[in-house]
Design a protein around this ligand. Sequence first.
Ligand code: DC
Length: 228
Amino acid sequence: MATRSEIAVAIDGPMGSGKSTVAREVARRLGFRYVDTGAMYRAVAVAALRRDVAMDDPDALAAVARALRLEVTADPDGGMRVAVDGEDVTGELRTVSVNRVVGKVAGAPGVRAVLGGIQRALGASGGVVMEGRDIGSVILPQAEVKIFLTASRDARARRRQAELAAAGEHVSLDDVRRIEDEDDRAATTRPVGPLRIAPDAEVIDSTERTVDEVVDRILASVARARGL
Ligand code: DC
């Protein structure tokens, strides 16, 4: 595209598919900006919890999203930091209380509209690796590289359990599976921005592949898209 200096890479997939690890590494290897859209939904959840907003009121959740000033910046370790109204909330994004309500926040159409606008602006000039659920299908349909990452239910549950443990939360595999099934159900059935595979996405199953193998495969697709 003539107006873009670089391509955009969209990486979507369900919880525990390995998206975040892979997306960060792809961004690092390409020197691209890494955008974690899940973190943006989580930041709105933090703001809504602080304001004591009723989580079953999508309009109230949308009003929170519209009122806040969301800033995303690159973390020196390759991640992304999120500030809400000037306050860095990155450390609060993965707590149990946020996990519990973020599905409601992400299901509110008005919240998706606000965050979608920010995400489109971040992706507009390319040079970005953006991960989420609806990036290739809804947010950046023009992305030159679209990846849909999957993994078996068990592999996803084990990864998610390890992630939670790293954050100090020890949850049984059965409970992780339950959270995962609920997140899948909510993400695939919501009317706005559902998790679905864009028709032109490359589906990669990460169950039997190492992070490096998945990253290499995506980098090969990027090289093809750049005409290298
Ligand atoms: O990827 P994650 O677990 O940080 O995502 C947090 C929540 O936000 C999860 O419920 C899925 C949702 N989400 C979404 O609906 N759309 C996105 N583009 C990214 C995340």
